[in-house]
Design a protein around this ligand. Structure first.
Ligand code: KIV
Length: 272
């Protein structure tokens, strides 16, 4: 048996079993080298459609395609051995019908080798989740602030501020869990409502901007590493990579200009 085969990847059973026992550590991943690092520390890696904004300079996630998700999903699978990998169903790939969603999810799973897909909530999402799960595709639900719906929601809005929104959130979570989701991402949700939602469902909730009341946390990795000038309120910065890269590149530019790079040791001689 090879060494690779000895490392067991987390399954959806491991993720569900964590509820009430320990907090789930999850982050977004889009590339092989970063996935290799995150895999050492994370239970679950999400190839989020945030990749469009983070790596491709898009203004929101609505133009992200299934092919983009497949390319980044493959990269993350190559870089991970232990974490359960979930790939987002991008905008337009799953809303038309459960059948269309199935074909999109099947491509994600077969072409990337990922273990599950994620779907943002809409009125028909529970029906779609049931259709997928019945056909062997594990699904993570995503409720609260829904980035793919920013045009109908009128922007990115924190959820759970009114009694009606609170009721809706609990109902949406219950619906998604009953339809077969093995975990639910809660994005941009008022703290105490996140707790109510978490207690209302038998599967783990994974919060982003949704307090410690959730069963786990997720952040966009590039946000927590400080790759952007702006840090959203719910993000804690654990590094300042933008500054680190900027000063490294400035040093390189200076060295090239004053010819201190390359040095003797960094050149090929005839004898070496
Ligand atoms: O696309 C993404 O990165 C996400 C997370 C923010 C949960 O959906």
């Amino acid at each position: 048996m090879s060494k690779m085969a000895e490392i067991k990847r987390n399954t959806i059973r491991d993720i569900i079993a964590a509820k009430g026992q320990r907090k789930l550590v999850t982050l977004t991943a889009y590339t092989t080298p970063v996935a290799e690092i995150l895999d050492r520390h994370c239970d679950l890696l999400l190839v989020g459609d945030s990749v469009g904004m983070v790596l491709h300079g898009m203004k929101d996630t609505t133009a992200v395609t299934l092919d983009m998700m497949i390319m980044h999903g493959k990269a993350v699978m190559r870089g991970s051995q232990k974490a359960l990998v979930v790939v987002d169903l991008p905008f337009g790939s799953c809303e038309e019908s459960p059948q269309v969603a199935y074909r999109s999810a099947l491509r994600l799973m077969q072409e990337t080798g990922c273990q599950a897909v994620k779907i943002e909530y809409n009125k028909f999402a529970a029906q779609t989740v049931e259709f997928l799960v019945e056909r062997g595709i594990p699904v993570v639900g995503h409720i609260g602030l829904r980035p793919q719906y920013l045009n109908v929601d009128g922007g990115y809005r924190v959820a759970g501020k009114t009694d009606e929104s609170k009721r809706e959130l609990v109902q949406n979570a219950k619906q998604m869990a009953a339809a077969g989701c093995f975990a639910i991402v809660l994005e941009g949700v008022v703290s105490h409502i996140a707790g109510e939602v978490t207690h209302a469902v038998p599967v783990p909730t994974i919060g982003i901007g949704a307090s410690t009341e959730c069963d786990g946390q997720i952040l966009v990795t590039d946000d927590m590493l400080g790759m952007f000038p702006r840090t959203p309120k719910f993000v804690r910065r654990y590094a300042n990579l933008m500054e680190t890269i900027d000063s490294a590149v400035k040093q390189y530019a200076d060295d090239v200009k004053d010819q201190s790079f390359p040095s003797e040791n960094e050149m090929y001689g005839v004898s070496r």
